[in-house]
Design a binder for this molecule. Structure first.
Ligand code: KDG
Length: 316
């Protein structure tokens, strides 16, 4: 039985090996990315039995994604192959300290997910046993059918009783002229909402937790990661908890939010107090900030435990 299920697109990431203009880059390093599968890998690494459900092309890239996630301990039995549509790709290119993502994913196997995907026995059985289901705003953006699936997922939460966790993951490049109404519905239906302060400004025009709560309703525990690198949780009861981030030499930040989500959610499933959930989020994020990939193994259990239980002065 899985305690957590993550739902969303995984892709092959091709990281440009130099910061030269993209037209001049000859070598790319292959890795696997995708917000929800990053979280799945993070949860599994923290000892939470986790499944990732999605669709992949029946191609070599899809097989690589499966192999990679399996090797990280994620159950991929709920993944559906598509013989017609490809596995999505993205290129990550860092120049002058700034990372850009170039997506090659429209018409991908995952974009063809629709509400009936949740009725496939391999998916449905996994949702029935799960305590927590995590997805992100990226899934709402990849196609109208995927957005419909999310409405269905929220309805299923009401009958199956899992906790629905949503990370905003605002990706303007995927929305362009698309109405974000499905994303607002998803966020308002969620039990846990994770948001970065900078993306909250772009998406909602505010990063103030109290104002965000006005916009999103008070059903959820809202976790805001602020510009000052503090993570703040605002619970439905109105209780606030704040924990500063660790100081890290940042190599490349993409994926740190997913790692934070994995740490926070693992801490939640493990019944940790709020302060330690946020610390586990920061600890997991720190590991990803220090590497060029979008995911990384969290710190070893001894280091983790020491930092989870140290005093506030030793923490920051
Ligand atoms: O959060 C990290 C993701 O942005 C990255 O892994 C790729 O899923 C991705 C996306 O759509 O940007």
């Amino acid at each position: 039985v899985h305690r957590a299920i993550c739902l969303g697109e995984a892709m092959i990431m091709l990281a440009a090996e130099t910061g030269a203009p993209l037209e001049d880059v000859e070598t790319f390093r292959r890795s696997v990315g995708g917000a929800e599968c990053n979280v799945a890998g993070g949860l599994a690494a923290l000892g939470v039995p986790t499944g990732w459900v999605s669709r992949l092309g029946a191609d070599g890239f899809g097989r690589h994604v499966l192999r990679d996630l399996e090797s990280r301990g994620v159950d991929v039995g709920g993944v559906e192959d598509d013989p017609l549509r490809p596995t999505g790709l993205y290129v990550k290119h860092t120049t002058g300290g700034r990372t850009r993502m170039h997506y090659y994913r429209s018409g991908s196997a995952a974009a063809a997910m629709d509400a009936t995907f949740l009725d496939r026995p391999a998916v449905r059985n996994r949702l029935v046993g799960a305590e927590l289901v995590h997805t992100t705003g990226i899934t709402a953006a990849i196609s109208t059918t995927a957005a419909e699936l999310l409405d269905r997922l929220a309805a299923l939460r009401d009958t199956l009783g899992f906790t629905l966790s949503v990370d905003l993951n605002w990706r303007p490049a995927l929305w362009r002229d698309t109405d974000p109404a499905p994303l607002w519905r998803l966020l308002r239906a969620a039990d846990v909402v994770l948001i970065g302060a900078d993306e909250a400004m772009l998406f909602a025009g505010t990063s103030d937790p109290a104002e965000l709560r006005q916009l999103l309703g008070s059903r959820s525990t809202l976790v805001v990661k602020s510009d000052a690198h503090v993570a703040l949780a605002l619970e439905p009861s109105g209780r606030w908890t704040e924990v500063p981030a660790l100081t890290v030499d940042v190599v490349e930040p993409v994926g740190a939010g997913d790692a934070f989500a994995a740490g926070y959610l693992a801490g939640t499933l493990q019944g940790l107090p709020m302060e330690q959930r946020l610390r586990l989020g920061h600890l997991s994020a720190a590991a990803v900030l220090a590497v060029p990939d979008d995911h990384a193994a969290p710190p070893e259990p001894v280091v983790r435990d020491a930092l989870l239980h140290c005093s506030d002065e030793d923490w920051a």
